[in-house]
Design a protein around this ligand. Structure first.
Ligand code: LMR
Length: 330
């Protein structure tokens, strides 16, 4: 009798076991190369998440728009086809959370220290909370860097970009920024930029140097100017339902992995951009120009009216919170 009961208990336990032992899979999709700040941080998160959960969580990272392009990945996250993304902050406007476009405002941050006053402070937290009604949980901000401009003709003044078709991300603020210098903004998915530059569909683009170099844009752009006119970075997001339904201990371990991956991302971002700038120069294919403070000031005054123009769209409260955090001076 006891033997039979024991056998029954064991088989019941065995039957029940697979449900508990099932691995939790996280698909993490992104659009950039592996050897970028975001690409490296995603790999780091995978490693730590798998280690800290003792293999109970498996993270599969899909880089380079392999799985989804910019727009599709957002939809896939909301539908639960992928669980984790790190879209650039510009890509939340089309989702209906326009406040994020505050990060696209030209010349709003002077440097990474300014940026961190927002991303590591209350204003940043309040922005992530705005994603929740969309079924999205914001976990962290990952840095990339400040954008440079490129084209096939030299860029020293805003007038040098007049009439040029310049690729932008899908952001109304970036559209206005390009119009402010009388360029023609062209919205394209990141995965399409290299070919568009190569075939002349667009004349130029803006991006941090790590994206420029790893997409080989230097092969199809003769000139790049370090304008540092705006910032491009990321919010790491998960499907909220997936996250909320995780066992609490696993969620805690993943939170720890995310904190570590965020430190890692933010430690390597500047260094990777600096290294890639050297690599662009060494390629001999793109001539790199550094602006004098006066030349850069000309870009600033041409682009600054975008702040007031877009205040209604972004939300005055959000802009004021960021201005306050960085002590912004017009
Ligand atoms: C872009 O579309 O230029 C960037 O958002 C790509 C990225 O994710 O860094």
């Amino acid at each position: 009798m006891t033997k039979a009961l024991t056998a029954l208990t064991i088989s019941a336990a065995l039957l029940a076991a697979p449900a508990f032992a099932e691995t939790i899979n996280i698909k993490f999709s992104h659009v950039v190369a592996v050897d970028t700040p975001k690409g490296q941080a995603a790999e780091f998160f995978k490693k730590r998440a798998e280690e800290l959960t003792g293999g109970k969580v498996k993270v599969d990272v899909y880089p380079n728009s392999q799985l989804y392009k910019d727009k599709e990945e957002m939809e896939a996250l909301q539908l639960g086809a992928v669980q984790m993304l790190a879209p650039s902050l510009a890509k939340f406007g089309p989702l209906g959370v326009k406040d994020f476009e505050v990060f696209d405002l030209p010349f709003i941050f002077n440097n990474y220290d300014d940026l961190h006053k927002v991303t590591k402070g209350e204003a940043g937290k309040a922005l992530l909370a705005k994603l929740e009604p969309k079924g999205i949980k914001g976990l962290a901000y990952w840095d990339n860097g400040f954008k440079s401009m490129s084209a096939n003709t030299p860029i020293k003044t805003p007038a040098d970009l007049k009439g040029k078709k310049l690729r932008i991300q899908n952001s109304k603020v970036l559209e206005e920024q390009m119009r402010a210098i009388k360029a023609i903004p062209q919205m394209l998915a990141f995965s399409e930029v290299y070919q568009a530059l190569q075939t002349g569909v667009v004349d130029g683009t803006e991006n941090p140097i790590s994206n420029f170099y790893t997409q080989k844009m230097h092969e199809v752009q003769k000139y790049m100017t370090i304008t540092d006119h705006g910032y491009l970075g990321y919010a790491v997001i998960v499907n909220k339902k997936f996250w909320d339904e995780l066992p609490a201990d696993i969620r805690g371990q993943l939170e720890t992995a995310m904190v570590e991956a965020t430190d890692y991302a933010n430690n390597i971002a500047k260094e990777k951009n600096d290294q890639d700038l050297e690599a662009v120069k060494a390629s001999g294919k793109t001539e790199v120009t550094v602006l004098t403070p006066e030349e850069r000031a000309a870009f600033r005054s041409a682009m600054l009216p975008v702040h007031d123009k877009m205040a209604g769209r972004i939300g005055k409260e959000t802009i004021d919170a960021v201005y306050k955090a960085v002590s912004f001076q017009k």
